[in-house]
Design a protein around this ligand. Structure first.
Ligand SMILES: Nc1ncnc2c1ncn2[C@@H]1O[C@H](COP(=O)(O)OP(=O)(O)OP(=O)(O)O)[C@@H](O)[C@H]1O
Ligand SMILES: [Mg+2]
Length: 450
């Protein structure tokens, strides 16, 4: 990818005839770009349960990731720095995928939107059927009501998810098309993104001469990647603890019903350690990864850790502190994080629906003792989750820090019909059956907004 090439209108199929999708996870700690080839048929079954065969039809062919620049707590604070970091990540991914792409640059990307910049809007819509068969048009008509919740200039729709159907008073309908009744009821999860954040993300893509396939809420992507079996169907909460944010997604009956975030993550833990132990950020990060624990068990075996003092190049005067002291720095921050998550779930009223199952993912979920604290504060059953095993995913990029990037690929391959199309007149189109089963492009978004 070069900066001077002209913007091209992307095609889903490359001239090599392959279905290529590219995911860009712009995080507070790292930026990563995953390029994948998708074989048709990689679509979610009506019950939303993926079989391994379906998942394996996404093959990662290029990966580029590097330390994030210009992003703080999920917000772009330096556009140029972020653009440059994205350029490097995309270039590395393209280089790795060079043979499979036959030297062609990628043309478009799907980008995550941190939960900090999204708003969930649960809607219930009734449309009159008057005794005829429910058609695709009726469903689209119902979903189109989600456009009414958008405050122009402030937010844009990024997901329109039909979360459940009813016909007359019969609830729990999975597929209403073809059924007969007087009224079609649709529960919709509409997620909007705040316009300034979307514009900055779009600008980052545009500056790298990449068109936009669409946006996906960060915790939604992480949930798609880190859940297994029927967890989404049974109802669960996915918590992605990243560098600068902790993102929350609640799924019920296989659908996203809520997403949110709080501006606290692993970087805050590192900063607390650097302050508490009077050491550098880099040493605090190393100490956290090597010796960190979120949960004081009450057993102190007197273990000491070596803390390099600030400003001493040769580490002449080692400073030994009890490991339990390190835990006493980390634990309050982790407790605070889970308290904030609990408050979000309770305040939104979603806590009951969310059930008792929690999946923890994201880079910072690797801190030992995290599950114990989370279990105590949230009073839920917690497990650690990492991205489901997709072809081409190496061990180094298969950890929990990559749940969002993998989830973006799954979203593009299997949930593209939840991306609202944007018409050139800036009004939103409707999600519907796609000519191309892989991706509904958000065309002209950049041109209309920039
Ligand atoms: N082994 C580990 N133990 C504890 N923390 C870890 C470990 N490995 C990584 N982390 C922490 O994970 C965090 C980065 O996570 P991740 O890569 O998911 O963030 P991100 O996606 O860039 O950020 P965000 O999603 O908040 O914008 C860092 O704070 C890092 O210290
Ligand atoms: Mg992240």
């Amino acid at each position: 990818m070069t900066k001077d090439k002209k913007i091209q209108i992307q095609k889903t199929e490359t001239s090599t005839g392959k279905n290529i999708i590219t995911a860009l996870d712009i995080g507070s700690s790292k930026i990563c770009c995953f390029i994948a080839e998708v074989k048709s048929g990689a679509r979610m079954a009506p019950d939303n349960i993926l079989s391994p065969e379906r998942a394996s039809s996404i093959e990662v062919i290029g990966i580029g990731h590097q330390a994030s620049k210009g992003v703080k707590a999920g917000t772009i604070i330096d556009l140029r720095a972020t653009e440059t970091a994205v350029a490097h990540a995309v270039e590395s991914a393209e280089l790795m995928a060079k043979d499979r792409l036959q030297g062609q640059p990628i043309k478009s990307v799907l980008i995550n939107v941190p939960g900090m910049h999204t708003l969930p809007h649960p809607l219930s819509v009734d449309v009159r059927i008057a005794g005829h068969e429910v058609s695709d048009r009726d469903v689209r008509n119902a979903l189109s009501h989600s456009h009414n919740i958008v405050v122009p200039g402030k937010e844009e729709l990024i997901h329109v998810i039909p979360a459940g159907y009813s016909i007359d008073r019969t609830k729990g309908i999975q597929e209403p098309r073809g059924m007969i009744g007087q009224n079609l009821g649709v529960n919709i999860t509409a997620i909007t993104g705040l316009s300034p954040a979307l514009r900055h993300l779009a600008a980052v893509a545009g500056q790298n001469n990449l068109e936009l396939d669409g946006f996906c809420s960060t915790p939604y992507a992480s949930g798609l990647a880190a859940s297994v079996g029927d967890e989404l169907q049974l109802g669960c909460t996915v918590i992605d603890i990243g560098g600068g944010t902790t993102s929350i997604a609640v799924f019920f009956e296989g659908k996203l019903v809520y997403s949110a975030a709080i501006p606290v993550g692993g970087i805050h833990v590192t900063n607390d350690i650097a302050r508490g132990l009077i050491t550098s950020i880099a040493d605090a990060e190393r100490i956290k990864t090597l010796y960190g624990n979120a949960h004081a068990t009450g057993i102190d075996n007197g273990e000491l850790i070596d803390v390099p003092p600030m400003g001493e190049e040769e580490h002449e005067h080692p400073n030994y502190v009890p490991r339990s002291f390190l835990t006493s720095i980390i634990q309050p921050r982790i407790e605070e994080t889970f308290e904030l998550v609990r408050a979000k779930l309770v305040d939104s009223g979603i806590s009951q629906i969310a059930g008792r199952r929690v999946i923890l993912t994201g880079g910072a979920s690797q801190l030992p003792g995290l599950c114990d604290i989370g279990q105590l504060i949230l009073d839920k059953q917690i497990r650690l989750g990492k991205p489901r095993n997709i072809k081409g995913l190496a061990e180094a990029t298969g950890g929990p820090a990559f749940s969002t990037a993998v989830g973006l690929l799954i979203y593009a391959a299997e949930h593209a019909d939840e991306i609202p199309a944007v018409s050139s007149s800036r009004s939103f189109g409707l999600p519907g059956p796609l000519n191309n089963p892989m991706l509904q492009k958000v065309t002209h978004w950049l041109k209309e907004n920039w």
